[in-house]
Design a protein around this ligand. Sequence first.
Ligand code: RB5
Length: 146
Amino acid sequence: MTGKETWFFGSDHAGLDLKNALVARAKARGLEVVDLGTHDAASTDYPDYAHEVARRVAAGEGRGVLVCGTGIGMSIAANRHPGVRAALCAEPFGARMTRLHNDANVLCLGARITGPGLAEEIFDVFVDTPFEGGRHARRVTKIDER
Ligand code: RB5
């Protein structure tokens, strides 16, 4: 990837406030951000945003962050896309390990589970932790070999 990596954000209505907080966090960190919505509190369908973000990530355009009430619907939908490795994280250890071992490229969060302070910490760990490669690269390759 050349230049600055882009981070694609998406949420449904339940994840709106946390998504906006993380967009602000990402911008404050100087990251390149594309906010694909939702942009207001009207009830929406989480798969619409999961697919929108996952399509960009699968195309190699960057990495993603998806937020819904639990993060579960977002992760199920995003993981339908080959090449997308969406990880639902509720604490920093999981975020670190999924970067080190799974090369996760989409972070999913549950706004009704994880508060904004902890979510920001999880996001920072996810952004800052590199993939370890080695034996984990072989395993990650096997994920899409069905
Ligand atoms: C919306 O009420 C809720 O179902 C959604 O945000 C998410 O938690 C689904 O997995």
